[in-house]
Design a protein around this ligand. Structure first.
Ligand SMILES: [Zn+2]
Length: 508
């Protein structure tokens, strides 16, 4: 997020409608069908229209370029350091989010019982993925599934050397998992990556890593010839289809629906290796796209994922400046003040309609939410206090979130709380909180698409909004991450300009 300088021009973004890559359908719920990924008539989604994406040459040649879709996570120092200082892994989706929840964990720091549990889970998952795709592949592609040549753990800190068409630098496997088409194997960093995901996000996140890489093996067998971003989104989709089966309990691996949040949090830390071609925008896709692709497989199964190659897939291209996520990240106080000013202006008419000239601001730092007597309010991070028509928030926690996730975390929570205010003052119940998420999206969409605003978005902002939803400390009673992301997205693309109509769109 950035505060626009006077007279600064920006690249034209066009209207919201022009930016839509899918029909304006709204997901009706976590099992609401394919609304999020409406079909496109042009092949290859947005890439088909732009003409700018080269066709990948996966499977040919081998060598380092033959490794498709390695995934890397960047772990930043968990102590101090401002949180946003690491730039080596820029444009990592959710890069900053992990310091909210992630501790550095390598294999040695797991207890023997945890190691045994993890090893058992990995072995069961590898077996289950083979069974799943042996069954599923003939239905989806009309061919027999050829088992993978190999699938094995790899410790990049050890002496073992591997190749992929040619010898591989062991560093490629640092915090990474890969599928190598030239030699048809999957391997993963068993010393750091997998123990980390296990410790921080749970087994389901480990399962997603393996299922995603398996997805690359599947698409190679299916003959997918598409841009890197499509390949990666399809692998996400295949991972979603496998996870669904595990949650439904029809596979050998059983996961629980509530594990999904952890799976998605970990999954959004996965990305392509540094230096991978980004083809004009990040090859791994934004968090919007990746959650949508994952959900597509989750809701509609592997058939839908196969069709990414022909029917296309929604890719949100905001034409933001990408590749420099850490640029334009405002310090907490700057972000807070600018967002509050912008929100007050944006919702002024809607608040005036209910007789409010604006909202009072009541930040607190001492655990006492002064100015609001509502029960339990001091335990909340952000709260709309109807009694005093004030926005109440915990400055310490808000500042930490800004550091941990990024400035758009501050923006998201403030915007969401403004949304709550609009709803409360209009006597609209929002039991799951998703209407407020949508209203936050309405504001964010207007910031993105209105060139005269005080604020403008920078690359990574929307990923930070998604990371905020996944890391929401008050999310216990909220809807699933899928539904929340879908609601935010509806507001973002279809929400209009902050009038009564916007509220109705978000209630629909
Ligand atoms: Zn991948």
């Amino acid at each position: 997020m950035r505060i626009r300088r006077k007279g600064q021009s920006r690249r034209a973004l066009g209207g919201r409608g022009e930016r839509m890559s899918s029909p304006k359908t709204r997901s009706g719920g976590s099992t609401g069908g394919g609304g999020l990924l409406g079909g496109r008539s042009g092949a290859g989604g947005r890439s088909g229209g732009s003409g700018g994406l080269p066709i990948g040459n996966l499977g040919k040649g081998g060598g380092i370029l033959g490794i498709i879709v390695a995934i890397v996570i960047t772990f930043m120092a968990t102590t101090g350091g401002g949180g946003t200082g690491t730039t080596s892994g820029n444009d990592v989706v959710g890069q900053r989010s992990e310091i909210v929840t992630v501790t550095k964990t390598d294999r040695a720091s797991l207890s023997p019982a945890q190691r045994a549990d993890l090893d058992g889970f990995v072995a069961a998952t590898v077996d289950d993925l083979a069974i799943y795709w042996t069954e599923e592949f003939p239905d989806v592609y009309g061919q027999r599934f050829t088992p993978l040549a190999d699938i094995f753990p790899y410790d990049p800190t050890g002496d073992q050397r591997i190749s992929c068409g040619q010898s591989l630098d062991p560093n490629i496997l640092n915090s990474n998992a890969i599928y190598c088409p030239a030699e048809d194997y999957i391997t993963w960093d068993s010393n750091f990556l997998i123990p980390n995901f296990y410790a921080n996000f749970g087994k389901s996140a480990v399962g997603v890593v393996l299922a995603h890489e398996y997805g690359h093996a599947v698409q190679t067998r299916g003959g997918l010839d598409a841009a890197p971003i499509i390949r990666d989104l399809q692998a996400d989709c295949f991972a979603g289809s496998w996870i669904r089966r595990s949650i439904d309990g029809s596979g050998a691996v059983t996961l629980r629906e509530r594990d999904l949040q952890g799976a998605l949090s970990g999954f959004l830390l996965l990305r392509d290796p540094p230096g991978a071609p980004t083809d004009g925008f990040s090859a791994h896709g934004s968090a919007f796209d990746r959650v949508s692709a994952f959900q597509s497989g989750y809701d509609d199964g592997a058939d839908r994922c196969r069709d990414f190659a022909t029917v296309g897939v929604e890719i949100v291209d905001l034409n933001l400046e990408r590749g420099d996520v850490n640029a334009g990240n405002l310090a907490y106080e700057d972000a807070r003040d600018a967002v509050l000013d912008d929100l007050a202006a944006f919702w002024a008419d809607a608040l005036a309609d209910v007789g409010l000239a604006g909202l009072a601001l009541a930040p607190f730092t001492d655990g006492q939410a002064n100015g609001c007597d509502e029960a339990g309010v001091a335990n909340e991070l952000f709260h709309y206090c109807a009694q005093s028509a004030s926005l109440v928030w915990n400055e310490d926690l808000a500042s930490r979130l800004n550091t941990a996730i990024g400035d758009f975390s501050t923006a998201f929570y403030l915007a969401r709380t403004y949304g709550e205010a609009i709803l409360v003052e209009n006597d609209i119940a929002d039991l799951e909180g998703t209407i407020a998420d949508c209203l936050a999206g309405v504001w964010a969409g207007d910031v993105a698409y209105t060139s005269t605003r005080l604020l403008e978005l920078t690359g990574g902002d929307l990923d930070e909004a998604i990371a905020s939803m996944l890391n929401d400390p008050e999310a216990d009673n909220n809807a699933s991450a899928f539904v929340r992301v879908a609601s935010f997205k509806t507001g973002f693309f279809d929400g209009g300009s902050g009038t009564v109509a916007s509220i109705e769109i978000c209630r629909a």
